[in-house]
Design a protein around this ligand. Structure first.
Ligand code: SRM
Ligand code: SF4
Length: 512
């Protein structure tokens, strides 16, 4: 099935170039692009269509590309991580990898001429980066402790994989879903703590009992954009934890693809269609596409915990085994870090590594008798199991180092300020600070206790980097979005402003 675009929408630049040539078409041209060099590649192919393969031209570092992978449920093997390490290692200081806020990895510093070889290497270890950017479904998130947590309700791993395989044709690329009106996010929660931030996804599945059977209530339409942020709303639907999850995703995506608003990209996310139609019509159209009636939602869902960050040592569901959550400062890895993590997972665990939406890593399946030796490994000095409270819960988007939209540098600044405040203040509990470099909100400031969104500020007659301050984001049970409470704080004044907030609103006390 090929996506359709109505003539009325063809004025929009993005709709126009998608109608002229589908983004996925560059798959067959990659070899040619690699040979001709990035400077000679057509501008639209270079800056836009390559994102259908996960390849991002970075205007901040021309010629050094970012590759956004897909890591379903955030789970990868040591072999896969080692392959990623080898890929970025070739690029010396330019090569690195970031854990993203969608439990995913982005590789940095890559050259276009190497992409065909890189794609072969990824395929050889069962990985893909297809359809990870632009008007496609992003990495599908699931519970990071799926299958290993004693309190789990539903194991999300296979469901997430099946949804990804449906959308991407098992990683080969699927033209049925390469021309959505806009990006699209899907999450499947299997635990009680809303680990995936269900409320900020276009579709999210949350565990719920219906007539004694465990399945999912479905929420739809959550999204952030520069113009509008909305929490997802109930679809009033319940599905069992099987292929019906895949079928429902397919039906919603099809309805969205064929009816989503395309004229204005600021009004093209799923929620805008739900607004236009009303939820009842949207639900009926989904049922019509599905070819059956949806069961109504269960009365309540099972999200009744505060959110866990999974950092530290935890007993697994499987007796005698442990999972260990490592804090990865602002999610950044060097090639050496990747090699070392792959090795540790192989030596101490079962060659498996997991990622979280808080940009941290988990190594599961470590037997009791290997735990002490694991915890003594030098890498754990860098990736601590007991970081200080502010650093521990810090999340940051990419920011000005690589992102052309950024209004401020984020990751290094975020880390420096968190460490400074950690050294000055005692905090009885964690405070989640999220940084995002611009209003696109990739760093999710609206879910944070304290959210910081990059902006430009006038100070002493000069334009300087600053932030708008968000507060009140609640995650886990009864999640709701925080709002902007103060605008235009120059970054150099931020440590002082945050210190006051932490003392007055979060019970921090000075250390000295
Ligand atoms: Fe994002 C665009 C990075 C999660 C909302 N996002 C971008 C681009 C691709 C812009 C660009 O071309 O430079 C950024 C790439 C910078 C780079 O070099 O890394 C970018 N977004 C990220 C990541 C890497 C932030 C991070 O450091 O973790 C996250 C990658 C996730 C992934 O693995 O796919 C990332 N982006 C998000 C999230 C959070 C989430 O999904 O929970 C959001 C808000 C939720 C949402 O989408 O509803 C988000 N990104 C955006 C938007 C605003 C979308 C909109 O509807 O207007 C843009 C701009 C756009 O799409 O036009 C954007
Ligand atoms: Fe770039 Fe803005 Fe997203 Fe940060 S929030 S990664 S600066 S688009």
């Amino acid at each position: 099935m090929i996506a359709t675009t109505s003539p009325a929408t063809s004025q929009n630049k993005f709709e126009k170039f998608k109608a002229e040539k589908d983004g996925l078409a560059v798959k067959d041209e990659l070899e040619r692009f690699a040979q001709m060099g990035w400077e000679a590649v057509d501008k639209t192919d270079l800056e836009h269509r390559l994102k259908w393969l996960g390849i991002f031209y970075r205007p901040v570092t021309p010629g050094k590309f970012m590759l956004r992978l897909r890591i379903p449920n955030g789970i990868l093997t040591s072999e896969q991580m080692q392959t990623l390490a080898e890929i970025v290692q070739r690029y010396g200081e330019d090569g690195s990898a970031d854990i993203t806020t969608r439990q995913n990895l982005q590789l940095r510093g890559l050259r276009l001429e190497d992409m065909p070889d890189i794609f072969q290497r990824l395929k050889a270890v069962g990985m893909t980066s297809v359809q990870s950017g632009m008007d496609n479904v992003r990495n599908i998130t699931g519970s990071p402790v799926a299958g290993i947590d004693g309190d789990e309700l539903i194991d999300t791993r296979e469901l997430v994989k099946n949804v990804q395989d449906m959308i991407t044709n098992s990683g080969e690329g699927n033209p049925a879903f390469t021309n959505l009106p806009r990006k699209f996010n899907i999450a499947i929660e299997g635990g009680r703590d809303n680990s995936v931030h269900a409320e900020i996804n276009d579709i999210a599945f949350v565990p719920a009992y219906k007539d004694g059977e465990l399945g999912f209530n479905v929420v739809v339409g959550g999204f952030f954009s520069a113009k509008r942020c909305e929490a997802a709303i109930p679809l009033n639907a319940w599905v069992p934890p099987n292929d019906e999850v895949v079928d429902l995703c397919r039906a919603i995506l099809t309805v969205y693809r064929d009816n989503g608003l395309r004229a204005n990209r600021q009004k093209a996310r799923l929620m805008w269609l739900i607004d236009e139609w009303g939820l009842d019509k949207f639900r009926s159209e989904v049922e019509a596409e599905l070819g059956r009636e949806l069961k109504t939602a269960a009365e309540k869902d099972e999200i009744d915990w505060d959110k866990r960050d999974r950092i530290g040592v935890y007993k697994q569901l499987q007796p005698g085994l442990n999972y260990v959550g490592l804090h990865v400062p602002v999610g950044r890895f060097t090639a050496d870090n990747l090699f070392e993590l792959a090795r540790l997972a192989e030596v101490y665990g079962e060659s498996e590594i997991r990622l979280t939406v808080e940009q941290n890593a988990i190594i599961p399946h470590i037997p009791d008798d290997k735990l002490a030796a694991f915890l003594a490994e030098p890498l754990l000095e860098q990736f601590s199991i007991d970081p200080s409270p502010l650093t521990r819960s810090l999340v940051s988007c990419t920011g000005a180092q690589y992102c052309g939209f950024a209004l401020v540098e984020t990751k290094q600044r975020a880390l420096a300020i968190a460490r400074e405040l950690d050294s000055e203040l005692n905090l009885a509990h964690r405070v989640r600070i999220h940084w995002t470099g611009c209003p696109n909100s990739c760093g999710q400031p609206q879910v944070a206790d304290i959210g910081l969104m990059g902006t430009k500020v006038r100070k002493d007659g000069k334009t300087v980097e600053g932030v708008d301050l968000y507060m009140g984001g609640k995650v886990g049970k009864d999640a709701h979005l925080g709002t902007c409470v103060r605008k235009g704080i120059p970054c150099d004044e931020l440590p002082e402003v945050l210190r006051d907030i932490l003392i007055n609103d979060f019970g921090a006390t000075p250390k000295h």
